[in-house]
Design a protein around this ligand. Structure first.
Ligand SMILES: Nc1ncnc2c1ncn2[C@@H]1O[C@H](COP(=O)(O)OP(=O)(O)OP(=O)(O)O)[C@@H](O)[C@H]1O
Ligand SMILES: [Mg+2]
Length: 452
């Protein structure tokens, strides 16, 4: 469908049709004509007209006044101007009553109708601007900007709505990049605590020595460098929500401390004696297989029970492929606006690849890919060949040769590293974490496979 300002002219007299069409060429991007109501409706339905100019007297059993109603019934935002040789007040009133924008008498004064068309065009622009604004607001209105329509996501929304306004402790599980932090924020925004603070702390990024002070705060002089008293996350999130991200990463000792604080809601700052309390609502998250960590003995089962009052599981992107086109369009629009690029579209072949890709980095990876495409592709349409190689299916050129088991294991390992690197945008720490190895091991393997 072409965009722009399209006019449909409906009159039974060929001379008037062609005269009007010629006279208005400069005002429109496309002009089509029809001789009666049926032809007009066929063309209207097939096209994208913002303005219809219709004669009242038309052959057949339906006239121009009927057409006004029929057009507006189909697309209420259309502007309709009615023309008639029988300029009577009654016809004018009836046309306006049915929703016509204006009324013009024959013989048509071309200058006058041009003026009307320009006014109609102004209205059209205003309306489209209003609509895109409304679309943006509607996007923001979807649970704090969470995109996804599939059954599993609907289920997630239902759970969010169900528990948001309670103080129940929520445990969010999902692979890296599935939107756990987004969901934690949604829980906060939809709760009665939304005016209070939302405090997020990434427990995976804190060295053990700082963890306690970060969570519970410290008194002045509690340790070298503690030049003044500092409140911790529990204190800062009073009246709000405390998001404990990457909860599985905290060391055994801190697990015990955390459990005690969660059970008593009381704590002291490091180096302090004053017993403080916090009413913060606790939301925690992990992208690791927590059951495995419990079985292994690295994560305390009692702490897990305390955190896992309401579990929310977010599906991986590859488990909800139906949502991929939606996300693609969303990020495309978002980044075109953000980077001041003209609107782009995604060609069918590209959408096919995007929908079929593995997305180990989930929505975050998709978001990064779309941003890169918006910035780097200069054409209007994003075609499959513009997509990063990591998304395209791997060609198994050597697959006929029998591999040794060791070779097979190495090649699988190499593939896994490449995929994880791509998913994390080459961020080494994130890649190592996703692969559940240390950064050192990752570097060692990358050297070994020549992946630098
Ligand atoms: N359903 C979604 N709709 C729109 N944006 C999303 C959605 N899910 C994730 N995102 C976006 O993807 C990015 C990653 O999301 P988020 O940080 O919440 O992931 P995460 O699950 O916390 O990942 P990690 O485990 O790596 O911390 C963010 O920019 C977020 O806004
Ligand atoms: Mg996160």
């Amino acid at each position: 469908m072409t965009s722009g300002f399209h006019i449909l002219i409906v009159d039974d007299e060929p001379n008037i049709r062609s005269g009007l069409a010629k006279g208005l060429t400069k005002e429109a991007d496309l002009i089509e004509t029809a001789g009666d109501v049926n032809e007009a409706l066929d063309k209207f339905d097939a096209g994208n007209f913002q303005l219809v100019i219709a004669d009242v007297r038309l052959p057949g059993d339906r006239d121009g006044l009927d057409l006004v109603a029929l057009v507006l019934e189909r697309r209420p935002e259309t502007t309709v101007i009615v023309i008639t040789a029988h300029s009577t007040v009654e016809t004018a009133v009836e046309a306006m009553r049915r929703g016509a924008f204006d009324f013009i008498t024959k013989p048509v004064d071309l200058n006058l109708i041009r003026e009307q068309v320009r006014i109609a065009l102004g209205h059209h622009r205003l309306r489209t601007e209003n609509r895109t604004l409304k679309d943006r607001l509607a996007d923001a209105g979807e649970i704090s900007g969470i995109i996804g329509n599939c059954a599993a996501m609907q289920d997630v929304y239902r759970q969010i709505r169900q528990v948001a306004d309670t103080d129940a402790t929520v445990f969010i599980q999902g692979e890296s990049g599935t939107g756990k932090e987004l969901i934690a924020r949604a829980l906060h925004d939809l709760s009665g605590r939304s005016c209070g603070p939302f405090v997020a702390v990434n427990l995976g990024s804190l060295p053990e020595t700082l963890l306690e002070s970060e969570l519970f705060g410290h008194e002045k002089g509690a340790f070298t460098g503690a030049s003044r008293q500092k409140p911790g996350c529990f204190e800062q999130s009073r009246g709000g929500t405390l998001f404990l991200d990457e909860i599985t990463e905290i060391p055994a000792k801190s697990q015990v401390d955390l459990l005690r604080v969660l059970e008593s809601t009381q704590f002291t700052r490091v180096g302090g004696e004053e017993l403080l309390s916090s009413d913060a609502r606790i939301v925690s998250a992990t992208n690791r297989d927590i059951q495995h960590l419990i079985d292994e003995g690295t994560f305390r089962e009692d702490l897990f029970y305390r955190l896992n009052i309401v579990p929310i599981q977010i599906p991986a992107l590859r488990e909800r492929r139906d949502d991929i086109p939606l996300l693609v369009e969303h990020f495309l629009k978002h980044f075109c606006q953000r980077h001041n690029r003209p609107a782009k579209c995604v060609a069918d072949d590209a959408m096919h690849v995007l929908t079929a890709a593995g997305w180990p980095g989930n929505v975050r990876q998709l978001r990064n890919v779309m941003e890169r495409l918006v910035v780097t592709v200069t054409e209007d349409a994003i075609t499959a060949e513009k997509l990063p190689a990591e998304l395209r299916p791997v060609a198994h050129s050597e697959s006929n040769r029998v591999q040794t088991l060791a070779e097979a294991a190495e090649s699988a390992e190499k593939d896994a590293i490449l995929t994880a690197l791509a998913a994390a945008d080459n961020h080494r720490e994130h890649t190592a974490k996703a692969l559940a190895v240390s950064v050192r091991t990752l570097h060692y393997k990358m050297n070994r496979y020549g992946l630098h």
